[in-house]
Write a protein that binds this ligand. Sequence first.
Ligand code: SPV
Ligand code: MG
Length: 432
Amino acid sequence: MSTVFLSVSTDIIHGGHIAIIEKASALGELIVGVLTDEAVASFKRYPLLNYDERCKILRNIKGVSRIVPQTEVSFKNILNELRPDIVVHGDNWQSDNLRPVREECIELLNEYGGKLVEFPYSDNPEYKKLDSYFRSQSSLPDIRRARLKKVLSMKGFVTAMEAHDGLTGLIVENTVVYQEGGAHQFDAMWVSSLCDSTAKGKPDIELVDMTSRFRTIEDIMEVTTKPIIFDGDTGGKTEHFVYTVRSLERLGVSMVIIEDKTGLKKNSLFGTEVQQTQDSIENFSEKIRAGKNAQKTKDFMICARIESLILEQGMEDALTRAFAFVDAGADAIMIHSRKKNPSEIQEFIAKFREKNKSTPIVLVPTSFNSVTEEEWKERGANIIIYANQLMRAEVPAMKKAAETILENHRAKECDEMIMPFKEIISMIPVEE
Ligand code: SPV
Ligand code: MG
């Protein structure tokens, strides 16, 4: 009897899946590869039903002989291990973003004489509706808020990309690259004060008020499902911060990062070139304590951002503050630097980790950008935020298009540097 392998990543089992399981099991002994939560999250949304739940369901479906865990999107390891005679898949992967995985799968099958059998993918509109229902469930505040902690505990290391409106949110939500058999996506989104202000043509000095910042969050949240990390600047007055915490929680934001500065805040990338004042340890600790007391759920996180290196106050000051802020209840620590050389950040991590093994460390490697994520992870960092790259990519592209039209007195020359609107529209989700 032939062995048949079918990989399943879905958490909504509908008639389409039952049909493909039936067809696959008719070809031989059916082994189902159940993608782990991490593998599913790496190429599509975070599954609502966890791995164990999904295994339980699949194990009990008629025709499934056994199930095996599949830890990566690629079929490489699992095919090398199982060497099934047949791999079954829906034909949708001929054209969707799993195409490179399909190509690799065919190569592997050719190596040992296995066969790929593809069945037509069901395009039943009811199944599409189900999928969009589950997607909208993932964007509900309670589910979304808790997801950052979940992903952190699952992977120990998270990447976040800046989003400053619905469209950049969609880019962060949906961009996937396939590399060495794995899929890579950003895990979370960063709503930066710098980019949110810049998008509105305003300086990054806490001028854009919270109502407007919340509006940006809502625009992003309406069209995405990934957890959101909010740049809360200084957090404002402690008496105001407690209200901000509750509003962010209600919206479904997972973490707010507040920096230990006071008075008129300027962007950290200016460092000591502008007048900036660091808050006292006592005041800032009190703000963290008040924020933690104000929050209503256990999932919401408050991260304390330390500006000692930015303001050239030295490593000892940075470390003293980090330990004090953790004692005050901070769920994470962000250490910032504007030096190109990453050594002061590396030194901070090493010294902080000597005494504290578990509090997540957050980095924004805009200036010290030569170190890879893998190395930061190894050194003990947990969240990497790409804080402004999407905005810095869009500004020169827009400027160039504007200049090209002005130079040519028409838009024809501009065509090759811009995207057809049809392609942009295809990125916009449509509710059915
Ligand atoms: C932001 O993105 O607004 C930040 C990070 O606070 S930084 O600009 O590096 O200060
Ligand atoms: Mg900021």
